[in-house]
Design a protein around this ligand. Structure first.
Ligand code: SF4
Ligand code: SF4
Length: 93
């Protein structure tokens, strides 16, 4: 499942740099999580890093984006492959 930030977010900026997938961004009012980039940290960490650091515990699983661990792993591999393609094409230049 991707995670979801509720409106209890206090915009403390702590979670955004902790996300290994750059899935967290500042929305119109509060921080938000891009569901296509959030792997629940599968592939990077044992725990969801944003949930670990959030001081007000306002990051929950998103009921609209339920995924199995295998799907999250596949998403991680897709994201990683994309970034490797970019870095190898940069190295070729
Ligand atoms: S669970 Fe991990 S991948 Fe998802 S938003 Fe939080 S830090 Fe990023
Ligand atoms: S750590 Fe929690 S309160 Fe702080 S910006 Fe992220 S979601 Fe909002």
């Amino acid at each position: 499942m991707a995670l979801l930030i509720t409106d209890e977010c206090i915009n403390c900026d702590v979670c955004e740099p902790e996300c290994p997938n750059d899935a967290i961004y500042m929305g119109p009012e509060i921080y938000e999580i891009h569901p296509h980039l959030c792997t629940e940290c599968v592939g990077h960490h044992e725990e969801s890093q944003c949930v670990v650091v959030c001081p007000v515990e306002c990051i929950l699983v998103d009921p609209d984006h339920t995924e199995t661990r295998a799907q999250l792993q596949a998403k991680f591999e897709l994201i990683t492959a994309d970034s490797e393609d970019n870095s190898s094409s940069n190295a070729d230049q």
